[in-house]
Design a binder for this molecule. Structure first.
Ligand code: ADP
Length: 574
């Protein structure tokens, strides 16, 4: 069934997000992720130091995107002695998308309890019923010490796994205890899952923080339990894996899954080849994307993740020009200049320095762009406790200063650089009214910003310059100006070409980008994931109606097909 064929009347959830489909969830659902869907905080509590969850943006899976968490209500009855407690929830991304699914199906969500008041509202097992006011599933919190967070999150996850998977080994910083913490925290998550797993359970793990948990869970639950995971970042080539400090134990951990999902086929192939060359006892069947190892059969498949396109579209349409005018005046952008845009976490994988070099090259090669084009770079500091991130932030700021000093005039700044926290409305206004978005990631699992830009480009006037190493590039094809992000000259030329495109050409390209973005949105992605998981789960439960069919393409086929008219029937034109 095509995703859009299932669409019923829209319903609106707590966050104002529109949901159209009733996903069919097999068995008893247990989701596990680093981030939690609800966080409890003391209203009057002073900030207790920065936590990873304070970052305005996500790790990779969009779980804390769109400005992070929003206050959704207060629980005045709890902890009156200390202060009021407020409940916050993320306003976008996967967490916001999954929450209504669990609300409908019931089940359990296991995540790190990082809120100051999380313990105060949880029972002795760390459980609290959510969503607030409409309690329908259990949030089970895993408690982590500061040392655990430093070793597991800031350590192994983000100093070793992140740079290795992005094939940027020069950023790997392997501290001796981090691997131990990663194993311990994965054990904590696995134990929590086991506590809640009945014979009919379906466990769905999210991302690279939980690479060892699947096998640990597998060893302690009935065979009938289905375990699946989505890996939201790239998977490196086997040679890169071999040159990194990554342990084969990680491969063994991931092969505890019945299903392991990646965004694109390239990452699936790299994973299979890595297993093939580094785990001699595993048997890899490339055609069907199946690995057999230590009694488990793992299916590997690609489903590119999308964004909540309709919500971006709706919020962009609701804007009037005044918000854009106020942004222009806030940042001193003259009315008659065209505007390019970059929106990124300050992460070395995003290729911001080469992008800035390309802007500089643009002004060198095409002098007519001077005083006629301004590039707005919205950057969000991220993982600043990790030295490589702090150094990278400095490098970016210095490059901005250099270019502005070189070309700026009294009335025009070539680059407007801001680390301000901006509202969702301002983000939509930037997306809708900027003439161009540049995504120049050196490697990127998918890149949600590119899709958000397209979904918000309701006038059809924007253009997208896109790294050929972003996962989304394989979906967008030549509708974007696709370019090697390390080739500064080519990047400068692509920016100039995109800015020079006729209104007709822009419209033509944007229409195609929008068709794809709406046909392959977040809901489509979740539907596909649950379809695959259902088939595997039904296979373990022979009395069920459907059965798993062999073949990699059967698991991931729709992900690789071009969007059809039926898929895109709901995509609003620009
Ligand atoms: P990554 O997950 O590696 O950060 P993505 O582009 O896939 O990269 O996702 C980033 C998410 O964070 C998007 O949903 C985007 O809206 C949000 N985001 C990124 N930068 C900012 C920013 N400066 N301000 C607000 N939101 C941002």
């Amino acid at each position: 069934m095509r995703p859009n064929e299932e669409r019923a009347s829209p319903t609106t959830d707590l966050r104002g997000r529109t949901s159209r489909t009733e996903l069919s969830v097999p068995g008893e659902l247990i989701v596990a992720s680093n981030r939690q869907p609800y966080r409890h905080e003391y209203v009057s509590a002073p900030p207790a130091g920065r936590r990873p969850s304070d970052e305005a943006v996500s790790d990779s899976d969009g779980t804390a995107t769109d400005g992070g968490f929003v206050d959704v209500g207060r629980n005045r009855d709890t902890q009156p002695a200390r202060s009021e407690i407020t409940v916050e929830c993320p306003t976008g991304g996967l967490t916001a998308g999954l929450d209504p699914v669990l609300s409908r199906s019931g089940g359990t969500w296991i995540a790190w309890g990082d809120g100051e008041a999380d313990r105060a509202v949880a029972d002795e097992d760390g459980c609290v019923r959510v969503p607030p006011g409409d309690e329908s599933y259990t949030l089970r919190r895993v408690w982590l010490s500061d040392a655990a967070v430093d070793g597991y999150y800031y350590g192994y996850s983000n100093r070793v796994l992140w740079p290795t998977c992005h094939e940027l080994l020069e950023y790997v910083d392997h501290r001796p205890d981090d691997w131990t913490w990663y194993r311990r925290v994965n054990r904590e998550f696995a134990d929590a899952v086991v506590d809640h797993a009945s014979e009919d359970a379906v466990v769905w793990l999210q991302d690279y923080h939980l690479g060892l948990a699947p096998r640990l869970i597998r060893e302690s639950v009935p065979e009938s339990v289905t375990i699946a995971q989505f890996w939201h970042i790239p998977w490196p080539r086997p040679s890169v894996f071999g040159s990194s400090p990554l342990e084969t134990t990680l491969l063994e951990g991931l092969l505890g899954n019945d299903f392991l999902g990646f965004h694109i086929e390239e990452y699936c192939d790299a994973f299979l080849a890595t297993v093939d060359s580094h785990l001699p006892d595993a048997s890899v069947e490339y055609a069907s994307g199946t690995v057999r190892y230590d009694g488990t059969e793992t299916r590997v498949g690609a489903t590119p993740m999308g964004v909540d396109a309709e919500t971006y579209d709706r919020q962009s349409r609701a804007l009037d020009g005044s918000r854009w005018e106020s942004i222009r005046s806030r940042y001193g952008i003259p009315d008659d200049v065209t505007v390019g845009l970059g929106v990124d976490r300050l992460d070395y994988s995003k290729g911001i320095p080469a992008r800035l070099d390309a802007i500089e090259r643009l002004f060198e090669r095409y002098p007519s762009r001077r005083e006629a084009f301004t590039f707005v770079q919205k950057a969000t500091p991220s993982r600043t406790d990790i030295p490589a991130y702090a150094v990278h932030g400095e490098r970016v700021r210095e490059a901005v200063g250099r270019i502005n000093d070189r070309f700026g005039t009294e009335t025009w700044q070539p680059i407007v650089y801001t680390e301000d926290v901006i509202s969702r409305e301002d983000l939509c206004a930037l997306y809708r009214y900027a003439d161009l978005l540049v995504v120049s990631s050196l490697l990127d699992g998918m890149n949600l910003v590119a899709q958000e830009y397209v979904a918000s480009s309701v006038d059809g006037e924007g253009t997208l310059v896109l790294s050929d190493r972003a996962g989304v590039a394989s979906s967008f094809d030549d509708a974007a100006y696709t370019v090697d992000p390390t080739n500064v000259d080519a990047l400068a030329d692509a920016i100039d070409e995109a800015l020079s495109a006729s209104p007709l050409e822009r419209h033509r390209r944007m229409t195609r980008l929008r068709e794809h973005t709406f046909a392959r949105d977040l809901e489509w992605w979740m539907t596909r994931q649950f379809e695959v998981i259902s088939r595997l789960h039904d296979h373990e439960h022979p009395d069920s109606e459907t059965a798993v069919t062999d073949g990699r393409n059967h698991l991931s086929d729709d992900a690789n097909e071009p969007a059809t008219d039926a898929d895109s029937s709901n995509s609003p034109s620009c």
